[in-house]
Ligand binder design. Structure first.
Ligand SMILES: Nc1ncnc2c1ncn2[C@@H]1O[C@H](COP(=O)(O)OP(=O)(O)OP(=O)(O)O)[C@@H](O)[C@H]1O
Ligand SMILES: [Mg+2]
Length: 353
């Protein structure tokens, strides 16, 4: 692992702030602190910061509750603010690539290149073909600056900016390793976004974010049963069961219907990948994100994909150290902590691979 001190992982999700602090010891990583603070609705809409004050307050609350004092953090972004493409370019040296990357990006990114930050990772060199495969990542400056500004207002020092899907992949890799001969998907189903990352031949081969997730389930319960968003949220999470009006569908029926619609959108992406990548099959699907707690979602994805589906277990190889981590929070919110945990693996003195 890289040199240096672990950064605090700060996940600014659309429904809640999640923060984690990891420590690296001789036996590996341990979780020393973790915090969670919900955000008021509409604080972030379509990846845009709408209510910076509320986000700053929630970040500070999550950090204070977790007793985290360190200010150097890693952040991540996702959704429409990010475009990730696997591209093939002529074989060249690292220095040549640094010079060429803007031009290459321009050919593949549907935005004005001046409006995006561009980064890349070399996936594979293929000297026999005179080519190399890259993972090209472009993030819109406006959204990136919004997130950095919120972090600065919260008196944080952001040293790393990552992508949600890659942080979860890093966490998965730490826990299980990436099987080089398998094709599998890691799917993060949050409140507003379902993000799919297909890993094949040891690296990310396809990513797509679908703007449909847990909030849609809640909104349908709200609409069809005529209850508040909060009541619908409680009903969805199983802590309260509103009495459906005569003739109205049950909560379970609504949840199952919406989960099936999310699963069908996921399946379209999986089918597209299998049809275009040349990979013969998908071996497994690992689910994470708060909405993956819905058994109906897992069942719907398994039914449509006919692939084994399980929950990504974030703490598989991470010990819990000390008394600061609330075991109830860790148990009930493990699936929501994956991005923050992956971010907390990042260091302050990393060198670029
Ligand atoms: N036990 C549960 N059962 C069902 N849904 C749950 C449960 N716990 C949390 N959720 C749902 O998970 C979602 C929040 O998950 P998560 O924290 O991963 O999202 P986020 O990171 O805030 O959102 P996004 O990544 O979409 O911006 C909410 O829609 C919430 O209702
Ligand atoms: Mg999220």
């Amino acid at each position: 692992m890289a040199e240096g001190k672990n950064l605090i992982g700060v996940d600014i999700g659309s429904s809640a702030i999640k923060v984690c602090q990891l420590k690296e010891g001789r036996k590996g990583l341990s979780l020393v602190r973790a915090g969670f603070c919900p955000l008021p609705a509409q604080s972030i809409v379509d990846g845009h910061v709408m209510n910076a004050g509320a986000i700053v307050a929630a970040i500070n609350r999550a950090l204070a509750d977790a007793k985290i004092k360190q200010r150097e953090v890693a952040l991540s972004i996702s959704g429409q603010a990010v475009i990730i493409r696997k591209i093939t370019v002529p074989l060249m040296t690292a220095a040549e690539l640094d010079e060429q990357i803007q031009w290459e990006a321009e050919q593949h990114i549907p935005f004005d290149i001046k409006d995006v930050h561009v980064d890349y990772e070399v996936l594979r060199r293929r000297p026999e073909a005179g080519q190399m495969d890259l993972l090209l990542v472009a993030a819109k400056r406006e959204e990136v600056n919004d997130y950095l500004e919120v972090a600065r207002q919260a008196k944080l020092k952001p040293l790393v900016l990552d992508i949600d899907a890659f942080t979860v992949q890093n966490l998965f890799e730490y826990g299980r390793g990436i099987p080089p001969d398998q094709t599998f998907a890691i799917i993060n189903v949050g409140a507003t976004l379902t993000s799919i990352n297909i890993v094949s031949r040891g690296a990310s081969a396809f990513t797509r974010d679908i703007p449909n997730a847990g909030n849609y389930v809640t909104e349908q319960i709200q609409k069809q049963l005529g209850v508040s968003f909060e009541a619908a949220e409680e009903a969805k999470c199983g802590s309260a069961a509103p009495q459906p009006a005569f003739g109205a569908p049950s909560v379970q029926t609504i949840v199952e219907t919406v989960c099936d619609s999310i699963a069908s959108e996921i399946q379209r992406s999986l089918d597209f990948f299998l049809a275009t990548s040349g990979e013969p099959e998908m071996h497994r699907i690992h689910l994470t994100g708060g909405t993956s707690s819905l058994p109906a979602l897992r069942a719907a994805i398994a039914r449509r994909s006919r692939v084994p589906v399980d929950a990504l277990e974030p703490m598989e190889r991470i010990a819990v150290e000390g008394k600061e981590v609330n075991p109830d929070m860790l148990r009930t919110r493990a699936s929501q902590l994956c991005v923050a945990l992956g971010l907390a693996m990042r260091k302050d003195r990393e060198k670029r691979a």
